[in-house]
Design a protein around this ligand. Structure first.
Ligand code: PBG
Length: 331
């Protein structure tokens, strides 16, 4: 490699046309997954205060969002449910006509070309807000939770979900869900495991959106410690061994190093890696843009491109539709 003055990297930055032909990474709206919050009722569209542009909607309104996402070129949506009622076991999670189950059927009917993923977890459905059922001492009972998650997953598959995405972080849940799906005749339904999911402060706004804040304690007993990197490799290896088809790192922006490490794992070669730009990442950018401190569209696209550059194949983001439209406008 020659040195300056022969070497002048700026030569390739002179015009947008030149920059565009040598750019290494680009965003494609097909890779975006848009999280949607579904609740009972009709004609419901309730704004989430800490997440401007995000709503809790009833199934009919949710279908409108799905149609808009598809029209914008977004590849997938992922559904979260807010049930009619909560109880200690989270039994609403596998209700045949729960908001998620009804939304899956309605979206697949209206927009069959849109991939519909469902988040599998009990925290939105339990009265105590934890991701599994509790022992008398208040700790989460891992093994007793597995059959409940499996039941939820099968009910989503029966409704027509294209991808099942467990986010609970119980040990062994991918194997339990895989076995239950296979037994129920859904051997071809893939599992996207939230494999490296950290106990993060950046989930705050989501818990308002999903009404899933734990009544007592926190999730550090089951989600990963933010100080750990190598453990993410172990979590991914375990989920793959249990049958995960895709794996996720979450959050995304503060954990770009983890995305890169997972993408480069020899044992995960060829496995699509997803990353979740979580509610707190979205809320920070929205708040700064609302104050005029950041350019909304540029900061949005740069934050997503960074996640892509780190190695994510799929990006779960509340910006999905806005980013898809901004990309189209930029072309
Ligand atoms: C449910 C779940 C959470 C998120 C996705 N699935 C919250 C949590 O673990 O408390 C967070 C998503 C976000 O913050 O955008 N277990």
């Amino acid at each position: 490699m020659p040195d300056f003055p022969v070497a002048r990297p700026r030569r390739l930055r002179r015009t947008e046309a030149l920059r565009s032909i040598v750019r290494e990474h680009a965003l494609d709206p097909r890779q975006f997954v848009w999280p949607l919050f579904v609740r009972p009722g009709t004609g419901v569209r309730t704004p989430v205060g800490s997440m401007p542009g995000v709503f809790q909607t009833s199934v009919d309104e949710c279908v409108k969002d799905a149609v808009a996402a598809h029209a914008a070129g977004v590849g997938s949506v992922i559904l979260f449910g807010i049930p009619e009622a909560k109880d200690p076991e989270g039994t609403g999670a596998w209700h045949e006509h729960g908001p998620v189950q009804d939304a899956v059927r309605a979206i697949k009917r209206e927009v069959p070309g849109l991939v519909v993923m469902t988040d599998v977890c009990l925290c939105e459905y339990t009265s105590h807000g934890h991701c599994g059922i509790l022992r008398p001492d208040g700790t989460v009972d891992n093994d007793a939770t597995l059959p409940l998650l499996a039941r939820e997953a099968v009910s989503h598959a029966r409704a027509g979900a294209d991808v099942i995405a467990p986010s609970d972080m119980m040990d062994g849940r991918v194997a339990a869900i895989r076995a239950a799906l296979d037994t129920a005749g859904f051997g071809e339904t893939p599992i996207l495991a939230y494999a490296a999911k950290y106990a993060s402060a950046f989930y705050g706004p989501f818990r308002e959106a999903a009404e899933s804040t734990p009544q007592q304690g926190d999730r550090r007993g089951y989600q990963m410690d933010p100080g750990n990197g190598a453990e993410a490799i172990r979590e991914v290896a375990l989920d793959l061994a249990e049958g995960a088809d895709l794996v996720m790192v979450k959050p995304a922006g503060p954990y770009l190093d983890i995305i890169r490490r997972v993408k480069e794992m020899p044992g995960a070669a060829g496995i699509p890696v997803a990353a979740y730009q979580v509610s707190g990442e979205y809320a920070m950018l929205k708040a700064a843009a609302a104050n005029g401190w950041l350019d909304h569209d540029r900061a949005m696209l740069e934050s997503l491109l960074a996640i892509r550059r780190a190695g994510a194949d799929l990006i779960l983001t509340y910006f999905a539709v806005d980013a898809a439209r901004a990309l189209r406008g930029a072309r």
